[in-house]
Design a binder for this molecule. Structure first.
Ligand code: DX5
Ligand code: ZN
Length: 216
């Protein structure tokens, strides 16, 4: 069974606690928290203070996606705030192995996120360090964008690479996931699905999550 990770980027922040409650009741597995710094990506969102608030408001696993430059400077704060999974972008980390070690030193699960244009070869020699890989299926920065089709082939190739390296790392896909795109990425080998607008832009979160599960 796949992991559904609603992205709170599309939630109503005037009622974040209620939104988190509803998403938990609706059958979500993880909460995906998109951190943006206005430099690595054009948008700015939230920091450790929101992760800490999510921790108090929810029992779900907190999955923190760092779309920021120099993540090593602030990874400790996110870990202390309660992040269970932390991903950094390969494009933002000259010392990716070190960044992963830093995440793991706080007993959090470590992941690398790859932009649509970034080749899988960037992670080839650090696969043994990875608990998960996040394949971006849109350009990071905003919710509600159109799914990029070539992500499907990339996920298949990643799935082969992980088998070859005997890795059990989770393949996560993020961007444009909805009832129409989820089947192809699931068949290609993804098992963790981030969805923002496909869940939060509906009236019935339970129905939206069920709809994703039924189309996997
Ligand atoms: C984009 C973020 C995504 C975003 C997905 O930069 O990483 O997590 O919230 O939103 P949807 O599901 O609407 O594409
Ligand atoms: Zn994300």
């Amino acid at each position: 069974m796949g992991i559904i990770a609603p992205s709170i980027l599309s939630a109503d922040f005037t009622r974040l606690g209620e939104e988190l409650n509803q998403i938990e009741q609706a059958g979500a597995d993880w909460i995906h928290i998109d951190v943006m710094d206005g430099r690595f990506v054009p948008n700015i969102t939230y920091g450790p203070i929101i992760v800490e608030a999510c921790k108090r408001a929810s029992n779900l696993v907190l999955d923190v996606h760092l779309m920021i430059e120099k993540p090593d400077l602030i990874i400790p704060e996110f870990a202390r705030a309660g992040a269970d999974y932390i991903s950094v972008h390969a494009e933002a980390c000259p010392h990716l192995h070190r960044s992963l070690q830093l995440i793991k030193s706080f007993n959090a699960k470590a992941g690398v996120a790859l932009n649509p244009a970034t080749p899988l070869s960037t992670i080839e020699w650090i696969v043994d360090q990875l608990d998960f890989i996040l394949i971006m299926s849109v350009n990071p920065g905003f919710g509600g964008q159109k799914f990029i089709d070539t992500s499907i082939q990339k996920i298949s190739a990643l799935s082969d690479l992980l088998k070859e390296k005997k890795s059990t790392a989770i393949i996560q896909v993020d961007g444009g996931i909805n009832k129409d795109s989820i089947n192809a990425v699931s068949s290609a080998g993804a098992t963790s699905f981030v969805a923002g607008s496909a869940i939060f832009n509906t009236k019935d979160y339970a129905k939206a999550i069920l709809n994703l599960r039924q189309n996997m």
